[in-house]
Design a protein. Structure first.
Length: 270
């Protein structure tokens, strides 16, 4: 038991050190939540027609904000598909109860690529979704940097592509950040609750960030891949914990079974 316990502790310490090293490498990528803070007032972006718009003027209702770049080879497309899927199921009315903003964090993206993306995803709805209720925006480096900094979205350029995470954010009608939901697929209940909180200006609790740790960028293959080391580590930790718990319980049960057998012998000796 002692040897097994020591072995488990060594395994756990190794996995923790790997996890810490990965986290250190990812300090410049991910999300630094800015719950309760506001989107800046003076940011200017371009819409799908190439018209300059003040970002704050588009946030007049509870708003879902997503950051992507339009030529992304990885999680951007699945994230937008996940948004289409969940918004098709949410029993709220777009344009009345909420709006959606998708903003490219790549300053080389143009209104043309934004317009093409919009056509692709708007065609995916099975219900009526007003054109003006989901805007695809582009901007220059300064405005992008100001917005991503204000919302805590951290990304890193690698070659011609970017390392980033999948997340959607929820803003109140006055531009306050009230919720983050991580991943590329979303539950209708979570989205509806987040929009309800946004409508009331209430800050909601963060939904699990597990998918932030499951995908990493493969610069050679130029794609996002499943981070098997991290997920396997979590699985091993869980299994080790369950095994140790099993051995502890088994040891106690065996002690209880042996105790009555010793009692008669002890009484005879006395």
């Amino acid at each position: 038991m002692k040897k097994l316990l020591v072995l488990c502790l060594y395994a756990i310490s190794f996995l923790v050190s790997v996890d810490a090293a990965y986290a250190q490498e990812s300090d410049d990528v991910g999300i630094e939540e800015k719950l309760g803070q506001f989107v800046p007032d003076s940011l200017i972006f371009k819409d799908e027609q190439g018209t300059s718009v003040n970002l704050k003027s588009l946030i007049t209702k509870p708003t879902i904000l997503s950051f992507v770049y339009y030529r992304c080879p990885g999680i951007c497309n699945p994230l937008l598909s996940g948004l289409v899927d969940v918004l098709d199921k949410v029993r709220l009315e777009p344009g009345k109860d909420f709006n959606v903003l998708t903003i490219s964090f790549d300053e080389t993206d143009t209104s043309v690529t934004g317009s093409e993306k919009k056509k692709n995803y708007m065609a995916g709805f099975s219900r009526n979704f007003p054109e003006n209720s989901w805007r695809f925006l582009t901007g220059d480096k300064a405005n992008i940097a100001a917005l991503t900094s204000a919302t805590g979205f951290k990304f890193k350029k690698q070659g011609n592509d970017f390392l980033h995470t999948g997340v959607i954010m929820f803003l109140s009608p006055d531009g306050k950040i009230v919720r983050y939901i991580y991943g590329i697929t979303f539950l209708p209940f979570d989205v509806k609750m987040a929009l309800t909180e946004a409508a009331e200006g209430r800050i909601g609790s963060t939904v699990s960030r597990v998918l932030l740790y499951c995908f990493s960028y493969d610069p050679d293959g130029r794609k996002y891949v499943f981070n098997i080391t991290r997920v396997a580590g979590i699985g091993i930790l869980f299994l080790l914990g369950m095994f140790l718990l099993y051995l502890t319980v088994l040891h106690k049960l065996l002690k209880k079974r042996k105790a009555p057998e010793n009692t008669p012998n002890e009484s005879k000796l006395s």
